[in-house]
Design a protein. Structure first.
Length: 355
């Protein structure tokens, strides 16, 4: 991943860093931001050279199309610092690839790889001191892109803005998670944008999730839009279900995000000799497995939490608890992934990229 940019990225440094105001050993998730951010504009049919400037507010006209037609996409990534103060990324080329898949679906110009990768690496080098080193902490990275061109006509914008912001973060821990299997609302539909990391996908999840929380659950398990029988995702994460000794997850589609953690879980499970199945799994199958004692685990997989175990689920006014396992697949898989991310173990898959 050598730099392919023909010119260096211009950097405007902050006059005074605010890092002394932050306790890097005690951080919430995604609520503190580093000194700098990367900005790159698309104008007149071409991407301009990225630049790095102090983190701060941006200015947009009220007629910017992001406010009216919702052209926006994002990625979620992390940078990790080991005990030698070295910094690593995890599968960053996969994030760039998916970013452009999302861009294409939302009629946004694709971003050159070198702008994404070199821009990110330059920004991380500049704000390296902000990357926390305490257990479970990391630098959460948010690349995003939106329509900054103006106009009220319902059409794609003619200008776009790509940005990367950094948020030093502590462990993402949501405690015991109980989920409600959703039968009324849908996250996405066939032919829709469910496979893209489009902002509207997540905005549409908030209301059904609020309804589930009012009933005592922490998250929603999404089912297909047609029958509400096929299990698809858990909140904003891919979902895995263990029945017996088999780990099952649904296939990616128009409706299901091609999660990078999801792909990593499948690869590590295969290497560990765990039987996996990528197939449609129904609510009926899960309920029956819970009743007959073969349902062992359910967990979400995503960048923020890596693995989020599910303690139980609700379905049609009935709650089903999952067993507490000493040697769960969830804990083993999370350990394998985080050991690679934090440079605590060998990386046989070539996922770890040193800054």
């Amino acid at each position: 991943m050598e730099s392919t940019l023909k010119t260096q990225i211009p950097i405007e440094k902050v006059k005074t860093s605010k890092i002394d105001q932050v306790d890097l050993d005690n951080l919430a998730f995604g609520s503190v931001f580093s000194d700098h951010m990367l900005v790159c504009k698309y104008k007149n049919g071409a991407w301009e050279t990225p630049k790095i400037i102090p983190y701060g507010p941006i200015s947009l006209n009220p007629s910017a199309k992001i406010f009216h037609y919702g052209q926006s996409i994002f990625e979620g990534m992390k940078a990790y610092k080991d005990d030698q103060n070295d910094v690593f990324l995890f599968r960053p080329l996969d994030n760039h690839k998916r970013f452009n898949i999302s861009a294409s679906r939302m009629a946004i110009p694709e971003l050159p790889e070198e702008f994404f990768i070199d821009g990110l690496k330059t920004l991380l080098e500049l704000d390296k001191a902000w990357i926390p080193q305490s257990a479970g902490s990391s630098m959460y990275i948010r690349p995003f892109m939106f329509a900054s061109g103006e106009g009220f006509h319902a059409s794609p914008a003619d200008e776009y803005t790509f940005m990367i912001c950094l948020a030093p973060s502590g462990p993402y821990f949501s405690g015991e998670v109980k989920v409600l299997i959703e039968e009324t609302y849908s996250r996405s539909a066939n032919g829709g944008v469910g496979y893209a990391k489009a902002g509207g996908n997540y905005a549409g999840q908030f209301y059904p999730t609020q309804l589930a929380k009012a009933k005592g659950y922490q998250q929603v398990v999404w089912t297909d839009d047609h029958t509400h029988e096929n299990i698809e995702e858990a909140g904003a994460m891919n979902i895995f279900i263990r029945i017996g000794d088999t780990l099952i997850t649904g296939p990616t589609s128009d409706r299901i995000l091609d999660g990078i953690t999801r792909k990593s879980v499948l690869k590590i499970a295969e290497a560990e000799g765990i039987k996996t199945e990528v197939r449609t799994i129904t609510v009926t199958e899960v309920v029956e497995a819970s009743k007959n004692g073969t349902l062992k685990e359910m967990f979400g997989a995503g960048t923020a939490a890596v693995i989020s175990p599910i303690a139980g689920f609700g379905y049609r006014e009935t709650d089903y608890d999952l067993p507490v396992l000493e040697d769960s697949y969830a804990s083993m898989l999370k350990g394998r992934i985080t050991d690679i991310q934090y440079n605590r173990a060998e990386d046989p898959f070539g996922w770890r990229v040193k800054l």
